[in-house]
Design a protein. Structure first.
Length: 246
């Protein structure tokens, strides 16, 4: 790692550390912001508080509840939403939303979950990208695209699977693909207004065979573009758009 990358890494850690410290300091006087995703105010199922559309394009879907290990590990005030979308050709995508409330530890780096599930991340092929959204207005949604690999045993042979994992973060008036940006905005908003932003972590995940990654990402982009207006409440006219990480 060259000197510039070391400096960038150090600054990023400093920002995140400062944000964490400031959040703790202001915790006693904070007010909770509104979510940037649609929620069901009356549901009693913690796994299905965030509303995801049942049908998108030619996809049908079924609800997917969070596993008990997730419900028991994350803070009790964490809310979720999950659906598995399936196209007529059996291509499937799992969409999940994790929504924090008063405890900011509900959200963490996505890499932890992927690696915990046995997927290895291709750091050289993973990068920030964008999805063009046309409703309710046209804008480019910044997303992080991770390419992942897992080897499984199938009928006595080792089979290599690839996965395309797309995620971003959204709050009442902000969205970003960067974890550090979310942390910095959260601390800044708390200092300036006393409001703790209620961030959601949105993911779309599809599995494919090696060589099909680009085609899979294109299908994910289309599904995201069609479903995001049914999930998110932003952008608003004065909304902020994340800057790309240097």
């Amino acid at each position: 790692m060259n000197k510039q990358k070391w400096i960038l890494a150090a600054v990023t850690l400093l920002l995140i550390g400062s944000a964490a410290g400031l959040l703790g300091r202001f915790k006693t006087s904070q007010r909770l912001g509104q979510p940037g995703v649609k929620i069901d105010p009356v549901t009693t199922n913690r796994s299905q508080v965030v509303l995801l559309p049942e049908r998108v394009l030619d996809y049908e879907s079924e609800l997917v509840d969070q596993q008990d290990i997730v419900l028991n590990t994350l803070p009790r005030d964490t809310s979720f939403g999950g659906r598995r979308y399936q196209a007529p050709d059996d291509f499937w995508v799992q969409a999940t939303v994790v929504l924090m409330k008063g405890d900011r530890t509900s959200l963490h780096k996505p890499q932890f979950c992927l690696e915990g599930a046995g997927w290895s991340i291709d750091a050289n092929a993973s990068r920030e990208d964008k999805v063009r959204i046309t409703q309710p207005e046209e804008y480019d949604l910044p997303v992080m695209k991770l390419l992942v690999t897992k080897r499984i045993q199938h009928q006595g042979q080792t089979v290599t699977l690839r996965g395309v994992y797309v995620y971003w973060f959204v709050a009442e008036d902000a969205y970003t693909a960067q974890h550090w940006q979310r942390m910095w905005w959260m601390a800044k908003e708390l200092i300036q207004t006393g409001v703790l932003q209620r961030w959601a972590y949105v993911t779309y995940f599809a599995v494919c065979l090696p060589g099909q990654e680009d085609a899979t990402f294109e299908r994910l982009q289309k599904l995201i573009a069609a479903s995001v207006p049914e999930i998110q409440l932003v952008p608003k006219p004065a909304g902020r758009v994340a800057a790309t990480q240097p």
